[in-house]
Design a protein around this ligand. Structure first.
Ligand code: RB5
Length: 144
């Protein structure tokens, strides 16, 4: 996971966890881009979701992490964009499974839903789990 490039973003509702995720990525020497928001002021999550998704689709990031109050708004916005497979996770089992089976390229977290330590464990699991391919690729092809 050391050579992954990760684009990170949040709205005001996920701002504190975005900073914590960035600290985590730094501690693991993972390259990241901070796509905002950069203050606690209220902002619109679809704007940030689009920026992070575009970074992935342009090949400038391998994966993205988006955080809002629930993770849900970010995931709804991101999953409208072709090529994005966004997963809201509130547990490490789902984080592992969505990488292994769905080749999730975007993790969404809810700052108002889960604690920070769990959020970082989820990030860790999601980043280090590889896609299993095989029958799972066939199913992703069906979605695409
Ligand atoms: C902002 O108040 C909140 O609606 C947003 O962070 C997110 O939870 C939306 O899904």
């Amino acid at each position: 996971m050391g050579n992954l490039k990760v684009a990170v973003g949040s709205d005001h509702g996920g701002f504190e966890y975005k900073e914590a995720v960035i600290d985590f990525l730094k501690s693991k020497n993972i390259e990241y881009t901070d796509m905002g928001t950069y203050t606690q002021d209220s902002c619109d999550y679809p704007v940030i979701a689009k920026k992070v998704c575009e970074k992935i689709l342009a090949g400038e990031a391998d994966r993205g992490i988006l955080i809002c109050g629930t993770g849900i708004g970010m995931s709804i916005a991101a999953n409208k964009i072709k090529g994005i497979r966004a997963s809201v996770c509130g547990d490490t089992f789902s984080a592992r499974a969505t990488r292994a089976h769905n080749n999730s390229n975007l993790l969404c977290l809810g700052q108002r839903v889960i604690g920070e330590s769990l959020a970082l464990d989820i990030v860790d699991m999601w980043l280090k789990t590889d896609f299993e391919g095989g029958r799972h690729q066939r199913r992703i092809d069906m979605i695409e």
